[in-house]
Design a protein around this ligand. Structure first.
Ligand SMILES: [Zn+2]
Length: 443
């Protein structure tokens, strides 16, 4: 295939008239300054950027959208509603919901999702006849939506420090890390799917069970993700139980390092910053969820200075819009510091593309250059939101003003998945979302 991008983000700058030739699922060649599309080339009007990486997702949380915006409450009351939805999911209904959610992601320019998956077993904790039925449903859902997935199979064993799982959490638990590892080892990678590991949190995995999960990931050189210090209550409980912060505990148990992503990392000490940055641990920010759940604003600039790559995720899917996540990283920091310009649009785009993919175990994706995976997202520069600035400011315009609704074309592995804002294989995505949510949520 040959694509002709009117403008494209390549080599850290906007180039115009960019011919992108693909061979199989890779980019074979990139040429800039080509004034008109070569014969037979597919036109990509607007700014084409590398496909976006959504580094932290719980697909079923999408069913909560709107419903959890009534009344007040906290992270912990939101969680009760979330457990109610999780109790009604089975492999069939999860496939239906996740396919629609991943199609929504494709329409938003997301070409790879990191699915932090802990809903493993049937209600009551009984394993399915195929123990990975739920994880396989997610892998199949991504295939049907035309995007890549890293299934981050999550170890989740406890309700809290020294507390066994509660009723709704029985579906999450394998009993111990050895049983988790045996089940997760049965998951098979596909061309569109890779397998990683996750420690749900230091709340949900007893200290002596953390290292086995980290070792499982190390043996496979696979990503290891973990929710970290989203809430001060986690820090307080961890200090009481272990005399160290959650970051300190993960460091002690060998769970930090360049393959690890700490998700949220909102409430950190100075020592925590040093441990995360010094070990090269990535931090995945989920700003739209963190503000939705009243978590607080994490020390993103301090983390970056300390050495942590930053990535972005839509997590609870209050909205699915990686441009909103990217600008929120900068805008939250502005509100806190009352200064502007902590990250350039280029740096924010890097978090949403190259670093996001690397954190999910796809280091060959996230850039438009020969040899990389041919994953592309094209943003309109002629919508009511994006019209006006010159194309040379395309990255600034996309990151600071575009929304997911401005994504017009999406290519994954050299195949067009979205054309002119329409998903080519998923059919009526809003209708599919409505039907899937209606089955799960009782009002
Ligand atoms: Zn999460």
């Amino acid at each position: 295939m040959t694509y002709w991008a009117e403008h494209a983000w390549t080599g850290g700058a906007v180039a115009s008239g960019v011919v992108i030739e693909t061979a199989g699922e890779r980019i074979a060649a990139v040429r800039t300054g080509v004034a008109a599309p070569p014969p037979g080339a597919e036109r990509l009007p607007g700014l084409t950027v590398p496909g976006l990486a959504n580094a932290h997702s719980h697909a079923f949380h999408r069913a909560l959208r709107g419903f959890v915006q009534r009344g007040s409450g906290t992270f912990w009351t939101w969680r009760e509603t979330m457990y109610g939805v999780s109790a009604r999911l089975d492999p069939g209904s999860y496939l239906e919901l996740a396919r629609a959610v991943y199609a929504e992601m494709a329409l938003a320019g997301i070409t790879c999702v990191g699915e932090f998956h802990y809903l493993h077993h049937a209600p009551g904790g009984r394993p399915y006849a195929e123990p990975n039925s739920m994880g396989e449903a997610l892998i199949e859902a991504a295939a049907r939506a035309g995007i890549r997935i890293t299934l981050l199979d999550t170890c989740y064993l406890a309700a809290g420090f020294g507390t066994p799982p509660e009723q709704h959490q029985l579906r999450f638990s394998d009993g111990d890390a050895a049983a988790w590892a045996a089940r997760a080892a049965e998951l098979k990678e596909r061309p569109h799917a890779r397998i990683g590991a996750a420690v749900h949190s230091v709340r949900a995995v007893p200290a002596d069970q953390i290292a086995p999960v980290a070792e499982w990931a190390a043996e496979r050189q696979a990503p290891l993700h973990v929710h970290l210090s989203e809430q001060p209550a986690e820090n307080e409980a961890c200090l009481a139980a272990h005399g160290r912060t959650p970051t300190g505990l993960l460091a002690e148990r060998g769970a930090l390092g360049p393959r690890t992503s700490a998700v949220h990392a909102t409430h950190l000490t100075g020592a925590d910053l040093g441990l995360l940055g010094g070990s090269g641990t990535t931090v995945c920010l989920c700003p739209t969820t963190e503000r939705d759940l009243a978590d607080g604003i994490g020390p993103a600039a301090d983390l970056a200075r300390a050495g942590s790559p930053l990535t972005l995720g839509s997590d609870s899917h209050a909205v699915i819009d990686l441009f909103e996540e990217a600008r929120a990283m900068e805008l939250d920091e502005r509100l806190r510091t009352r200064r502007r310009g902590h990250w350039s649009a280029a740096a924010l785009l890097r978090a949403a593309t190259l670093d996001g993919h690397a954190s999910l175990g796809w280091p060959e994706a996230g850039r438009i250059e020969a040899g990389a995976l041919a994953d592309l997202a094209t943003v309109a520069l002629d919508s009511v939101r994006t019209a006006g600035p010159p194309p040379s400011l395309g990255a600034e315009t996309a990151v600071f003003a575009a929304t997911a609704a401005d994504v017009r074309h999406v290519v994954v592995g050299g195949r067009t998945v979205v054309r002119d804002g329409v998903h080519l294989t998923a059919g009526d995505v809003p209708g599919a979302l409505a039907r899937a949510v209606d089955r799960l949520v009782t009002t």
